[in-house]
Design a protein around this ligand. Structure first.
Ligand code: PMV
Length: 320
């Protein structure tokens, strides 16, 4: 009745921003991401009949504040008549700072909970359950390049290309490791309700998805760079044009974007993307990784630089 799973965060190339159903947590449009290999969350779920209530520790510290969302996810996987659970998670990267830690956490949680309960569910079912807790978490059920589509009141995830099929590198410039001011669920709802650009953003998503799909199939770096940066900047334009405005960037974020564009103009294969936080994620070819790392580390105000390859699906692991 105890199991551990490991999952990796994923970074969206074509972003998810907005829900069609906030009760079921269904995205309004599709998205495409890449799963990271070197950053991970491990999650242990220990179902214990003698326990009065669920308990949660994150990196060794009790986190009652995060428990309700975790307990709801456990109920979704195991049913509400389940035993109480001792849940322990560990991550090897900063959490709640816009590096997709909720994606790896909930992907690992559904896999561990299912394994602790006997391991009955398919990847498709687990992706759907992870997506209820965090929309982007569904994508971490698969490795490599992954597409998520809303379909018939649910989501489907498809692996577009394995990590080994295009081994890009991701260099993450941390500009502020503190927790974000406004969570993505609340921020998406503000955008849906108030941004004059929201409808147009959704209308164009199918074209951006098609362009990214084609670039990934052809290993066309510059095609992917163009559509991914454009899609990222459109998402942030929707955020900025919301009322109240949602601005996740700081000055260092902009300096990192400029550094990435300079490298590209000098011939490096690199592009940036930014999520609901101020960190800049630079996707690059392996041959350009050292140059990208050095350029981002040299930007004043960058507090840390993390590097990762692309990686694999969420899986149960031996926690002995
Ligand atoms: O899954 P959530 O609720 O953490 O939202 C993720 C939103 C973005 O990271 C900004 C975009 C994405 O597609 O991952």
């Amino acid at each position: 009745m105890r199991a551990t799973a490991r999952a990796h965060p994923n970074i969206a190339l074509i972003k998810y921003w907005g829900k069609r159903d906030s009760v079921r947590n269904l995205p309004a449009a599709g998205s495409i991401s890449a799963t990271l290999g070197d950053l991970w969350t491990s999650m242990t779920v220990d179902l214990d009949e003698s326990l009065q209530a669920d308990v949660l520790a994150v990196n060794g510290r009790g986190r009652a504040d995060l428990l309700p969302r975790v307990a709801r996810c456990l109920d979704d996987v195991l049913g509400t008549s389940r035993a109480a659970a001792r849940v322990a998670s560990r991550a090897n990267f900063p959490i709640a700072a816009g590096i997709a830690s909720s994606a790896s956490a909930f992907a690992a949680l559904v896999v561990a909970a299912d394994a602790a309960g006997g391991g009955r569910r398919s990847t498709a079912e687990l992706a759907s359950l992870a997506g209820r807790a965090s929309g982007s978490a569904a994508r971490s059920l698969c490795g490599g390049f992954v597409e998520l589509q809303p379909a018939d009141g649910d989501v489907t995830v498809t692996s577009l290309r394995p990590a080994s099929g295009w081994p890009l590198r991701v260099v993450i410039a941390v500009t502020d490791a503190g927790p974000k001011a406004v969570g993505s669920t609340e921020a998406m709802e503000i955008s849906r309700a108030t941004s004059p650009f929201y409808a147009r953003w959704l209308e164009q998503q199918a074209d951006d998805l098609a362009a990214a799909r084609a670039a990934i199939a052809a290993r066309d770096f510059s095609g992917l760079a163009t559509v991914a940066e454009h899609n990222c900047l459109k998402m942030h334009s929707v955020m900025w044009s919301s009322r109240p405005p949602i601005v996740y960037w700081n000055g260092v974020t902009l300096d990192c974007m400029r550094a990435v564009r300079e490298l590209r103009s000098e011939g490096s294969d690199v592009f940036f993307t930014i999520d609901a936080g101020p960190q800049v994620k630079a996707f690059c070819a392996a041959a350009d990784e050292a140059r990208v790392h050095a350029a981002l580390a040299a930007v004043a105000g960058v507090t840390d630089v993390l590097v990762s390859g692309l990686g694999e699906a969420a899986v149960p692991i031996d926690d002995a």
